[in-house]
Write a protein that binds this ligand. Structure first.
Ligand code: PEP
Ligand code: MN
Length: 369
């Protein structure tokens, strides 16, 4: 009795294994056919692109389903056939997506490595960096004082706005070309890489000639013509998030540069507009891990423009670095009370030194999330 049972189950087992093998074989044949079908779909796509035709053709889909239902001999019923093939069509339609919807160059997961941006002999995207300097370039003495102090403290990047996008047309608009040249001179003297904002397509080539890292500011994140022009210079770019832009919009703005062949790109979270009035903007720290998981680009945080006040800057910088930022930007001025722009948020040199002490442990590469 026992033996019969056991030999019966062995027979059943081998019968089941044979059936399963048959199913596996069918799966492989279906997979092969689906992939061959996908190859033809790709050719259709290329043909349609060449002839500027619509990718989606509902009448063609109906025609194909009608043929399939007509040919169906079961055991699947007609609605199951429709369901199965709709999935096949939908997946193929994914391959027909317009270029605007395809996987972004900047996005993670396309198998491309993370971007490490090179600015001269410096790298952004590995150990955290600090970009510091005044909101605006005001005069040679101011720049030299701040550049000298920052370089002695080991800061590698000197910022300073020469073309200033101000809320009021009556506010200081920056020194323009004179300011750019001043920044360049001081940066060279102290061995620092320079960072300055380009606000306008007309001054892109001037900026590209004299500035090491071109900043596109929050107000211009969605100025696509400017982004294209900046991309064309091939210079490294620091792209700030628009203060009313979603992360998705921010990523797509970066894509304007990357798709034009300029992947030397750093993203900068700098606060978004919210109902809160204690700070100038609201620092969106979740942007740091989210952008890092969405994109291959380094992500830094400008704590000064986010806060608009100096007291919370060290805490925000520590939080940004703890969240995994590849660096922070801070405005520093030898005499913030006299600053011609953003005087409330700039640290003086003593405050900046204390700031550095307070973030020191977060600047170690090991603190990267
Ligand atoms: C700046 O960095 O000088 C500046 C104007 O910043 P944002 O574009 O973030 O406002
Ligand atoms: Mn500023």
């Amino acid at each position: 009795m026992k033996e019969k049972n056991s030999s019966g189950s062995i027979r059943n087992g081998s019968e089941l294994a044979a059936l399963r093998d048959e199913i596996t074989d069918f799966n492989l044949r279906i997979l092969d056919l689906l992939n061959r079908r996908a190859g033809v779909v790709r050719q259709v796509r290329e043909f349609k692109e060449r002839h500027a035709m619509d990718m989606f053709s509902p009448s063609r889909e109906k025609e194909m389903l009608d043929i399939l239902v007509e040919a169906n001999r079961g055991p699947f019923d007609d609605s199951a056939v429709r369901h199965l093939f709709r999935e096949v069509f939908r997946t193929s339609l994914g391959m027909m997506e317009s270029p605007g919807e395809k996987r972004l160059v900047v996005s993670r997961g396309a198998g491309c490595p993370d971007v490490v941006v090179r600015v001269g002999d410096r790298e952004v995207g590995r150990a955290p960096i600090i970009i510091a300097g005044p909101c605006s370039v005001e005069d040679r003495e101011q720049m030299d004082m701040v550049g000298g102090a920052l370089s002695r403290l080991g800061v590698g990047f000197l910022r300073g706005g020469a073309f200033k996008p101000r809320t009021s047309p009556y506010s200081f608009q920056g020194l323009g070309e004179e300011g750019v040249l001043m920044l360049e001179e001081v940066g060279r003297r102290h061995g620092m890489a320079t960072v300055s904002e380009v606000v306008d397509t007309r001054t892109v080539s001037l900026m590209a000639e004299h500035v090491d890292l071109l900043q596109v500011g929050s107000r211009n994140m969605a100025n696509y013509e400017l982004l294209k022009e900046v991309a064309g210079t091939g210079k490294p770019v620091l792209l700030k998030r628009g203060f009313a832009a979603t992360l998705n919009e921010f990523m797509r703005a970066a894509e304007y540069l990357a798709s034009a062949g300029n992947e030397n790109l750093i993203l900068c979270e700098r606060g978004i507009r919210s109902f809160e009035r204690e700070t100038r903007f609201t620092l969106d720290l979740s942007a740091v891990p989210l952008l890092k998981s969405m994109c291959r680009l380094p992500v830094i945080v400008d704590v000064s423009h986010a806060a608009g006040r100096r007291d919370v800057i060290p805490a925000l910088a520590r939080a940004a670095l703890a969240a995994g930022a590849h660096g922070v930007m801070i405005e520093v001025h030898p005499n913030p009370v006299l600053a011609r722009s953003d005087s409330q948020q700039q640290l003086d040199l003593e405050q900046f030194e204390a700031f550095l002490d307070s973030v020191e442990t977060f600047l170690k590469p090991s603190s990267q999330a």
